[in-house]
Write a protein that binds this ligand. Sequence first.
Ligand SMILES: CC(C)(COP(=O)(O)OP(=O)(O)OC[C@H]1O[C@@H](n2cnc3c(N)ncnc32)[C@H](O)[C@@H]1OP(=O)(O)O)[C@@H](O)C(=O)NCCC(=O)NCCS
Length: 174
Amino acid sequence: MSLTFTLDPPITPALRDGVLELWTDVSNAGGSVGFVPPVTREDIRPELVKHMVAMAEGRTRLLVGHDAEGRVAATAFLTFNTHRLMTHWLWLYTVMVHPRHQGKGYGRDLLAAAERAARGIDGIEAIRLTCRGGLGLERFYASCGYKEVGRVPDAIRVAPGDDRDDITMLLPLT
Ligand SMILES: CC(C)(COP(=O)(O)OP(=O)(O)OC[C@H]1O[C@@H](n2cnc3c(N)ncnc32)[C@H](O)[C@@H]1OP(=O)(O)O)[C@@H](O)C(=O)NCCC(=O)NCCS
């Protein structure tokens, strides 16, 4: 069984609700996608709306993975730079696999699909992303070919007294 990946899927209510549910479930399972648990869909919705506005404006593209039941099971957002001197690489944001599907290789499949998508975009020469320290995520990205190129100590405060490094990972495509 594998996920079916689609770049730029039609934005239907089902897709929007599926991404919202995925993002909420991943956050509540402790995933580092911008929130700390507990969260509700309503906490997440404004962030999703920001992504959707960026999609409508052509600044972001959604890569979505559906499972065999047709449920939204994974996402990554490919976001272009607006800075005129940085248009030759893009950001990967909100990389997540639903907790029920984690540990089956789908994360690696998602990163491979994101790499294929980025390679298919004219002029894009690298993918950059950040991740939260203390969870081993840099090892996951390293297993997908990314290299750690920066680390800001204690930049992410997940709770009082619990600060995590903000780690920058880079995948050159040339
Ligand atoms: C991180 C995430 C996308 C990985 O997806 P996944 O489907 O669970 O990962 P895979 O099954 O493809 O694993 C690929 C490899 O990475 C490793 N890996 C996965 N998650 C890891 C983690 N958190 N820490 C260390 N290694 C990890 C796996 O062990 C595997 O290595 P192996 O083949 O040598 O065994 C997924 O766990 C997730 O959505 N987590 C919550 C959200 C999150 O934190 N996203 C990161 C945002 S920066």
